[in-house]
Design a protein around this ligand. Structure first.
Ligand SMILES: Cc1cc2nc3c(=O)[nH]c(=O)nc-3n(C[C@H](O)[C@H](O)[C@H](O)COP(=O)(O)OP(=O)(O)OC[C@H]3O[C@@H](n4cnc5c(N)ncnc54)[C@H](O)[C@@H]3O)c2cc1C
Length: 499
């Protein structure tokens, strides 16, 4: 029987495995950790797609073309058009499939980003979907809900599917004709070559590999917080490159502004919060300063992209929210509630406090005279009702009532934009522009830049993994089966000639 090896049992690998089995192949999933799911254990809440049955039921007019146009705009025209086309045309069907296999979605789905400070750039139609969180876990529960449904599908196909846990793919072995013939894997200290008729790379990104981030991204800001899962080490990118694959967008870098890391594990934020959503400056009153103690943006800026671009230009990608005591207590009930719930009573403290602005600067490691000058200039702007530096419109009050407070935060890496170049059928492209006949890639290993451009397009991380997982699995099965069909046709012809 034709054998497809899927490397990585996560968000893209599981749909790939399911569809490769349905395409008639036997599938082996090689997973380096002890469990399936990958980033689905962490993924928060959005999947995007147009033309779904849920949209139709709610009478929402939308199309893959409109989705394409939105992402092209959001990503500054830097996505790969033919790959973005496949992503947007397949996303709706992928979401319909999730619904069909039993993923329950919130009754607000599909929804549209709104509010004072949307977390991601706003699409032109409601096309973002949130699975009902599994076990009520708000942050990561939606991803776990998807994982549960995928695991049920995997279980139904056990007779055609083998999972090898704690097994790391280390090398792709090529035949003389350039086809991948086997995958070298390691389990503990034993290596083995698993023969393959086709291979799907679904190993995720490299957001947890600080060395690789520094090597690929010029001026990588060391302050940036990675919230990517520990397995996101770029293994698949390295395997593909060693086999002769072309890489794309490896220096493309986008952070989400901004998050607060757990200071006990600063490089991998176990605990993270989106500062703008929890304390929107327009109503909280905060100013934002950089490591030099200077403002760098109108803090009531609504465009997430403008915030991301401005933050990436700051030293270390760091942002400090500065406010006084009445602002800490909350100028509105909404801010009082989110500040209480999100920021206070944490161990260790994430809000720094001091009796004077200079002492606060000292505690935050900012230059005291610079922060003093910034606060004085901002207070003068509040008095004048005009912000000559950045044109901020909403300035509810002066920062003048001690104690003063500061919340350090930084740009967050959710996923990586660089990866393996693919053709529209998900086959991996070689450095000479030809395609591998039987090597496919799906999900973050192909780099989010191909389907987002230079930005963070909401719901496209999970969307890309599902859509290309389905496509790669289907096409890998066909590629694996084709030589077997040709062989059996040849032997049939030979035996009919013999008789
Ligand atoms: C906290 C967080 C929240 C997010 N929220 C959203 C969101 O709301 N919406 C959205 O669209 N995107 C979101 N993303 C991004 C999105 O979750 C990921 O981009 C996507 O799930 C990646 O899927 P994947 O299959 O490519 O990789 P993964 O799901 O990470 O799977 C990769 C798998 O490959 C395995 N593997 C790696 N190397 C090897 C090897 N050498 N051998 C064998 N196995 C290997 C890994 O162990 C893992 O199981 C979020 C990401 C994070 C971290």
């Amino acid at each position: 029987m034709a054998e497809v090896i899927v490397i990585g049992g996560g968000n893209a690998g599981l749909p790939a495995a399911i569809h490769a089995v349905d395409g008639g192949a036997h599938v082996t999933v090689v997973e380096k950790t002890g469990e399936l799911g990958g980033a689905l254990w962490f993924t928060s809440h959005s999947i995007s797609g147009a033309g779904t049955q849920m949209q139709q039921r709610r009478g929402i007019i939308d199309s893959p073309q409109a989705h394409f146009d939105d992402i092209w705009r959001i990503g500054h025209g830097c996505a790969t058009p033919e790959i973005l086309r496949v992503a947007t045309e397949g996303a709706g069907a992928a979401i319909d499939w999730l619904e069909a296999i039993g993923v329950p979605f919130t009754h607000e789905s599909p929804w549209q980003q709104r509010g004072r400070m949307p977390g991601h750039a706003v699409y032109g139609a409601p096309r973002t979907y949130t699975p009902i969180p599994l076990d009520g876990i708000a942050g990561s529960g939606p991803g776990r809900q998807v994982l549960r449904a995928l695991e049920r599908q995997i279980d139904q196909r056990r007779d055609q599917l083998t999972i090898r846990y704690r097994t790391r793919a280390e090398r792709l072995i090529l035949g003389q004709d350039g086809r991948v013939t086997a995958v070298r894997v390691r389990r503990e200290d034993r290596t083995e070559d698993l023969p393959a008729d086709a291979v799907v790379l679904a190993t995720g990104g490299f957001g947890a590999n600080r060395t690789m981030l520094r090597a690929c991204i010029p001026d990588f800001p060391d302050g940036a917080i990675s919230i990517c899962p520990p397995h996101a080490q770029g293994d698949g990118i390295r395997l593909a490159e060693e086999a002769g694959a072309a890489l794309v967008n490896m220096d493309m870098f986008v952070v989400v502004a901004s998050g607060i890391a757990d200071r006990r594990a600063p490089e991998l934020a176990i605990y993270w919060l989106m500062l703008p959503a929890a304390r929107p400056p327009a109503i909280a009153g905060d100013i934002w300063v950089n490591r030099q103690g200077k403002r760098f943006i109108r803090e009531d800026e609504v465009s997430p992209d403008a915030r991301e671009v401005a933050l990436m230009a700051q030293p270390g990608c760091e942002l400090f929210a500065i406010f006084d005591e009445p602002m800490r207590r909350g100028l509105t009930e909404e801010v009082a509630a989110t500040t209480r719930a999100s920021f206070e009573g944490r161990t260790p403290n994430i809000i720094f406090s001091a009796p004077t602005i200079e002492d606060l600067a000292d505690r935050l490691g900012l230059p005291p005279p610079a922060l003093r000058a910034t606060v004085d200039r901002y207070n003068a702007a509040v008095d004048a009702g005009h912000d000559p530096d950045f044109g901020r419109e909403s300035m509810p009050k002066r920062i003048d009532s001690p104690p003063f407070h500061g919340l350090p935060s930084a740009g967050m890496i959710f996923l990586t934009h660089g990866g393996v170049k693919i053709a529209p059928d998900a086959r991996v492209v070689r450095t000479d522009g030809s395609v591998f006949p039987n090597l496919f890639a799906a999900g973050e290993v192909m780099g989010a830049g191909q389907v987002m451009g230079r930005a963070f397009a909401g719901g496209q991380g999970v969307g890309m993994a599902l859509t290309f997982g389905i496509l790669a699995g289907t096409n890998a099965a066909a590629a694996a089966i084709a030589p077997h069909l040709a062989d059996s046709k040849r032997s049939k012809n030979a035996s009919s000639r013999a008789t």
